[in-house]
Design a protein around this ligand. Sequence first.
Ligand code: C2O
Ligand code: CU
Ligand code: CU
Length: 479
Amino acid sequence: NRRQFLAAAALSGLASACGSASASDPTTFRTELRVPPLLDPKVDKDGTRRFTLTMRRGLSEFLPGRPVETWGFNGPLLGPTIRAARGDEIRMTVTNRLDEVSTVHWHGMRLPAKMDGGPHQPIEPGATWNPHWTIDQPAATSWYHPHPHGQTARHVYRGLAGMFIVDDDRGEAGLPSRYGVDDIPLILQDKNLAEDGSPTGDPLKGTFGILGDHMLVNGTHRGFLNVGTERVRFRILNGSNARMYHLTFADGRSFHVVGGDAGLLAAPVEVERVSLTPGERVEVVVAFTAGEQVLLRTVSGSDDIDEGDFDLLKIVAAPRLTASPRLPGRLAGAPAPIVVPSNATVRRFRLNGHDAINGKEMDMSRIDEVVPAGAVEIWEVENTVYPHNFHIHEVAFQVIDVDGQKPAGYASGHKDTVYVPSKSTVRLAVQFGRFTDPGTPYMYHCHILRHEDSGMMGQFVIVPPGTANQVPRTIAAHH
Ligand code: C2O
Ligand code: CU
Ligand code: CU
């Protein structure tokens, strides 16, 4: 058992050698944290912003001096950060330079189904895909990653993932927002690394797939980050295949959560710890004092998908810090609470095992749910077994309750992915968008990629209100 192994390893001093420790030596955090570059768009005369992404292979060094093959967008690993504002017209040029078919899904984006980048929008090797849409959603930290049916776990584990920041001038005032200075993305991923530094392990094996013992932040193992301002906003993405993080600082300091998956919170929430399952994001603001150092770490909770305590990143504050604006008491850019009508449709989803929802394995030619445009519905997700989570494409939702209990304050805002603890029921107030397309589905699924790939996924379409009964429940699947 891994917990026993870790305890034994810590006693024998092995823990730091294999990269895990509840109290690691901060001097071993020697590699400067890689911060993904911002992707510069080409701006047309009419203001349209054109972004170019190329999926390709390359070489990365997870362990110094040991380059290994990885996959990335526009580079060897991960991808550049896309940043766009509400109201922007976006045009993407996505080229696949891999040897196999993939897709690029905009996780957290509210857009027409044909632009979503799920399994129905394959990009063949050598081909280019050109989705386009208008950004029309509140400020949020979204991300992008491949979504080819049955292959997502492998493609993400190889390195394909990036952040997608949405700005909204309707009220981010007071929050640090200078990218790479006081607004820093942290993409958390764990890998098992062989002696030669290459990621090993079968992402489709065991109950959860990959639970690695090397923690990477933006692809950097044992990294440090120099900060020069009194407050820093971190946009944290759990981009791991399966691991759940319970994030704290080594000195137990408190910090403020200002946003979740799909937007800002109405007001900052002070915490000492936040939990994050795969696919979830959280935005936090952390205060620093001049000259200090602190480790960001994950500690084990009572879940099965967070085995072990690990230090993730060392943060080093400069001897003199630039003043930061005061954290606002209210966040004006927070989306309005989702109001559930009294006659709201209730849909029930049952998770048992790891390869089906409501007893049905994912089938690309089957439409599981038909939702009228603009609806607000209650989705009730019951988990009868070990931990899962639940992600819905296109929507924003709020957690109504978990086994009748209100969610933690920091998890009460707009989200698109939620933890569903073992043997519990989560109720969601789900707000659907207005893009209708009866023939092209969006997905809902467990975001533990091992489960998603083995069939714990379903499909829904959004249709004009009043037409649900006329919609065919079978479609032509591309693959
Ligand atoms: Cu992040 Cu359906 O995916
Ligand atoms: Cu998604
Ligand atoms: Cu699952």
